[in-house]
Design a protein around this ligand. Structure first.
Ligand SMILES: NC(=O)c1ccc[n+]([C@@H]2O[C@H](COP(=O)([O-])OP(=O)(O)OC[C@H]3O[C@@H](n4cnc5c(N)ncnc54)[C@H](O)[C@@H]3O)[C@@H](O)[C@H]2O)c1
Length: 323
């Protein structure tokens, strides 16, 4: 049985690790008791703030701490080892996206989760973004009719990308498609349905990045239900309108990010656009859901399989790149 409060170990105290630390502090009945980072100073600094123990190795932390759950926030090629060790030690796991750097590694992670009988959640935070969650309810209720098109742009300059692991495919598993559009593939699967086919095109605009890494890309998806998805990503071009748009036979919706436009929807029977709710933090939402699922209060909404499928779809698109 899970403890009260849930005892959480955070592995990877970098950028998203800090966002998860802040979000965990708002999750009722959960407490970070250990922080792991190969950078000992980073681990100690965060652990000291939290009154938690610090470690430089997840394998050493697990028998010493015996956490209920492990939150893996390391770079993609460093997901598999701590996730599998945590599952083998009897902990539930939430792992950042992409689930792994390759489909093979993501598949192995899913097999390990199945063998352990523990929960494995892929941290697809956008499913918990309030306007997206409301849009999903509207689609499921049939308010937009049959969904035929989906468009998503997540783009904007990533300063310093040349100097960090994101642009090293040996660690990241790819370029901006793997990093950013993995979210978009999951949103397409969540809102529209399973992907039947994926095609992609990528270019490299930033000459300081190593050849073979796309910093600007687009993907075309087809769903098994017969809908089309257009996905755009860039680390180099200006962001412009960052949006999810969904078009159905009876209505249309748009969810905006960072571009100042309101998220809203309209159906054929409505006189005016209705706002979609914007209040609420998606990281708090995803971690609250994970805690509820551990306690048996909710079925797990995002699984390891969802993480695996997103990586598979990105690889399918990579296989169609012309370069
Ligand atoms: N959900 C989102 O919106 C979102 C946003 C940014 C990043 N991410 C994902 O989060 C993960 C981490 O990204 P980031 O931006 O925090 O990177 P980061 O480089 O800022 O932090 C990664 C941390 O992991 C540590 N680390 C590396 N290998 C380790 C290991 N074997 N054991 C323990 N610690 C290790 C590093 O020292 C570093 O502190 C990636 O998978 C990334 O794609 C998700």
């Amino acid at each position: 049985m899970p403890t009260d409060p849930l005892r959480i170990a955070l592995v990877g105290a970098g950028g998203i690790g800090r966002a998860h630390r802040n979000a965990w502090s708002k999750v009722p009945g959960a407490q970070i008791v250990a922080v792991v980072d190969v950078d000992a100073d980073r681990a100690q600094t965060m652990a000291a703030d939290l009154g938690a123990q610090s470690f430089t190795d997840a394998a050493a932390m697990l028998p010493a701490v015996k956490p209920d759950a492990v939150d893996v926030c390391t770079p993609p090629a460093m997901h598999q080892a701590p996730v599998e060790a945590a599952l083998a030690a009897g902990a539930h796991v939430i792992c950042e996206k992409p689930l792994a750097d390759t489909p093979t590694h993501a598949f192995a992670i899913c097999e390990a989760a199945a063998a352990s009988g523990k929960l494995l959640m892929t941290a697809f935070c956008h499913r918990f973004h309030p306007p997206v969650a409301r849009l999903k309810e509207l689609i499921d209720a049939g308010a937009l009719g049959r969904i035929g098109m989906f468009r998503n742009r997540f783009a904007g300059p990533f300063k310093g990308i040349e100097d960090v692991w994101f642009s090293n495919p040996d660690i990241s598993g790819g370029g901006c498609l793997m990093d950013t559009s993995v979210h978009s593939v999951d949103l397409f699967r969540f809102l529209v349905g399973e992907v039947k086919r994926a095609q992609g095109a990528g270019v490299l605009l930033n000459e300081r990045l190593r050849p073979g890494v796309e910093d600007t890309a687009a993907m075309l998806l087809e769903s098994k239900s017969g809908a089309i998805g257009v996905i755009e990503a860039s680390w180099t071009l200006q962001g412009g309108v960052n949006v999810i748009e969904v078009y159905g036979t009876e209505g249309v919706a748009e969810v905006h990010y960072w571009d100042g436009f309101p998220s809203r929807y309209k159906t054929g029977t409505m006189d005016a656009w209705e706002p979609l709710p914007e209040e609420g933090d998606r990281f708090v939402g995803e971690l609250t859901h994970f805690a509820q699922a551990i306690r048996g209060d909710a079925p797990l909404l995002v699984t390891g399989h969802d993480g695996l499928r997103a990586v598979e779809v990105i690889y399918e698109a990579y296989a169609t790149f012309a370069w």
